[in-house]
Design a protein around this ligand. Structure first.
Ligand code: GLA
Length: 747
């Protein structure tokens, strides 16, 4: 989304305009309005209204966030709330769009600073605003000092999702330390019947969906790891009432676009007011702003759905595909890929990869990706990271012969890289031991035998960009799998002054983003996957610069049902890579059929990562048929609307997902029987999202339906009468396509 940045000079110039705020009502495409009489801002889009006012003491006070109200509904002017007894001053009892820590604020501040004279009191008042199409920028200023915060609001007219961020400018004559800076605080309607959903996990066990009642106090979701992390994802959803579920109920949700240490707090205060505040993690934070400098926060997106958590996910998916990913609003479909990792590990070489490529091409794979092991002295994970030259023993003639072979087979070529890391056993580290994050004289903690390069340093940034540029300009590479296999330790930056070192939390990530951006500009056709030992770096920040993500190293197709289910609460199946690998699976030794593995992976963006050298001719035939079937539904699965019909969570014996194409001409259903008990038949499945008045023909991708099931029936029939699927046994799966027949017999 385009962002309007006024900057310090503009802010000062606009300060005078505060006295006569202009009345700017929606022109045709303008969903943002300002009522000057009441001093109320109102954002209306896609069935949602968001409103806040400038109150009697010039603070920005939230008014409303929920279903769209009538255009002629007017909000009364806002007034600060009274103090609550002697213990909660009105600054604490009055909700605030973006509160500075000052004046006796006890709830979570959006911004906390220290001025060099020791003053730590910051009270932000409205100065001026600008509305430009779907963007609103409000300038606020400290009551005494030339310290400015611009609040940015940008609304997507199609989903009603609002992106909020802040630009903090030091207009004083001395440096200021920012100790805590959120992108935004979101206030929900007052209440005590909310529940919070969030995502937790660990390596190979990501995307666990948690749900808890919101009680008085604060819940903290965060990463202190330097990157997004597997353990918590920067996404939340809040439902109201006891009866909210997949399809019904009001849901407020949000996601933070930041791939560094982050924090989201969810508070219910003593007046039952709910605030969600998110941005940089204040832990170990301290960003020095020199006079005239500014700090821009990440964007915190927020949205509202009255169609349950399923509706909230669909809005987010649509938003990600049309507003976030690099080729939005028309993201390219994910090709069917093959990846060598689980087949060959670090033992990659020219003949071995060529043999795999031939077999991959034979089943219809479109992109062949060589994973770890091709560079430096890389034999295992003890050496080589940082030395990005082709290993001569493994590839005596460079990468060209393999790439040519892959092209001749009709596929494009992708390569694994882990640009931000170095093994101590590497030429790069021997030459530049000072390039890693470290505190002078302290141990350098290794994880997976590697250290983190300090990408905040200009020389490191240039090195990383340089080798990637070199790789891409000299080889016909269509895709990079960009890995990141550890979190930070000892996050020091000895080359800069002690009071500038903590800026590493911001500058590292900004440089990462700038490298990705520069590569995208220079090589617009090269696609990138964000991987961090699986799903350790998935967020709306990295998704703005990468085309897909690897949700987990856990490729067991049954575990994957839950992993994928959790993933889709926040992120689209159109960016979710899912590989078919070997059985028994390396994670848990579970044995499943090849068909089951395919159907599990076909709910996302399909890949194959099995050791094809061990496949039988029957396996190849099955795989070929599955890949072919997938290509006929991939647009629907990747870019359509997802309905989680039966969740695999909470010990469920079955799970079912359905995707419907945007034009509703196709539906795809995936059904899984985990373990059948007591001989009950598979529960009847009620489809959703089809056009009730159109006819759809069912065809099997795999598996069968009850013998008396019709071949053609209306959307209404499939959704209301439902479908009986014939599944028995353990780890069984079936999938069906519903294609509109074009005969509209039900007007
Ligand atoms: C990480 C990734 C894997 C694989 C290995 C290679 O663990 O998640 O998919 O690429 O690194 O070392």
């Amino acid at each position: 989304m385009t962002r309007l940045y006024i900057g310090l000079i503009g802010a000062i110039a606009l300060a005078g305009a505060a006295l006569q705020p202009s009345l700017s009502r929606a022109q045709s495409n303008n969903d943002i309005s300002y009522n000057a009489a009441m001093r109320i801002f109102r954002i209306d889009a896609a069935g949602t209204t968001y409103a806040f006012g400038i109150n009697n003491v010039d603070e920005l006070q939230p008014v409303y966030w929920g279903p769209q109200l009538a255009t002629n509904d007017h909000f009364p002017a806002t007034h600060e709330k009274p103090e609550a007894a002697a213990f909660d001053a009105s600054v604490t009892t009055t909700p605030n769009e973006y509160a500075g820590w000052g004046g006796g604020l006890y709830v979570e501040p959006a911004l906390k600073v220290t001025f060099p004279d020791g003053n730590r009191d910051l009270v932000l008042h409205y100065v001026s605003h600008q509305i430009h199409q779907n963007d609103l920028v409000i300038t606020t200023k400290d009551i005494e000092r030339s310290f400015y915060v611009e609040l940015h609001y940008s609304v997507d007219p199609h989903t009603g999702i609002i992106g909020r961020s802040a630009v903090i400018t030091n207009g004083t004559q001395a440096p200021v330390i920012i100790e805590q800076a959120a992108a935004a605080s979101w206030s929900l309607p007052r209440g005590d019947d909310y529940s919070l959903r969030y995502l937790t996990g660990r390596w190979a066990g990501e995307w666990g969906l948690q749900k808890q009642t919101i009680r008085p106090g604060e819940t903290v979701l965060q990463s202190k790891r330097g990157s997004t992390g597997h353990q918590n994802n920067p996404w939340f959803a809040i439902e109201r009432g006891e009866h909210a579920d997949e399809d019904t109920g009001e849901v407020w949700f949000g996601a933070l676009a930041w791939s560094g240490s982050w924090r989201i707090t969810v508070e219910q205060d003593q007046l039952q007011q709910i605030r969600v505040t998110g941005g940089f993690n204040p832990f170990d934070f301290g960003y020095k702003l020199l006079p005239g400098q500014h700090l821009e926060t990440p964007v915190f997106y927020g949205g509202f759905s009255k169609d349950g958590i399923g509706g909230a996910s669909r809005l987010l998916h649509r938003f990600e595909l049309t507003k976030i990913v690099p080729n939005a609003p028309n993201p390219r479909p994910r090709p069917v890929i093959y990846n060598s990792w689980e087949a060959t590990g670090f033992n990659v070489d020219e003949p071995g990869q060529e043999a795999l490529a031939e077999k991959a091409a034979s089943i219809g794979v479109e992109r062949f990706i060589m994973d770890d092991g091709w560079f430096g002295q890389r034999k295992d994970d003890h050496a080589g990271l940082g030395d990005w030259y082709v290993n001569q023993q493994k590839f005596p003639h460079g990468l060209k012969p393999l790439i040519d072979k892959v092209h001749a087979l009709g596929m494009d070529f992708g390569l694994w890289v882990e640009p931000e890391m170095v093994n101590p056993n590497s030429d790069l580290y021997r030459k530049h031991p000072d390039w890693v994050l470290n505190f002078t004289g302290r141990p350098r903690t290794e994880q997976r035998n590697q250290l983190v390069l300090n990408l905040a340093r200009t020389d490191v940034r240039e090195y990383v960009y340089g080798f990637l540029d070199n790789l891409l300009s000299h080889n016909q590479i269509a895709f990079l799998k960009w890995d990141y296999n550890r979190n930070w330790s000892e996050p020091g930056w000895p080359a800069v002054a002690p009071d500038e070192q903590k800026a590493v939390y911001v500058k590292y990530v900004r440089n990462l983003y700038s490298i990705l951006q520069e590569l995208h500009t220079k090589y617009p056709n090269v696609e990138i996957e964000s991987c961090s030992g699986g799903g350790g770096r998935v967020d709306l920040g990295i998704l703005g610069l990468t085309d897909e993500v690897w949700p987990s190293d856990n490729t067991d197709p049954f575990d994957r049902l839950r992993i994928q289910d959790g993933f889709t609460y926040a992120y689209s199946p159109g960016v979710m890579m899912a590989w078919v690998t070997d059985s028994p699976n390396w994670v848990n030794h579970r044995t499943t059929s090849l068909t089951y593995r395919f159907l599990s992976s076909m709910q996302g963006s399909l890949g194959v990562g099995a050791n094809l050298n061990q496949w039988t001719s029957t396996d190849f035939a099955t795989a070929k048929a599955m890949v072919e079937a997938y290509k006929r539904v991939r647009e629907t699965v990747q870019h359509g609307s997802l309905y989680r019909l039966v969740s695999p969570r909470d010990g469920s014996e079955v799970s079912v997902t359905e995707s419907v194409s945007l034009n509703r001409q196709q539906g795809v259903l995936f059904a899984f029987l985990h373990s059948s008990q007591m001989g009950y038949p598979f529960p009847r499945v009620y489809l959703r999202g089809l056009d009730p008045g159109k006819d759809y023909r069912i065809s099997s991708i795999s598996g069968s339906v009850a013998s008396d099931s019709p071949e053609v029936a209306s959307g209404s029939y499939w959704m209301n009468h439902g479908l009986d699927i014939d599944l028995r046994g353990d780890f069984q799966a079936a999938a069906f396509r519903f294609d509109e027949t074009n005969t509209n017999t039900h007007p």
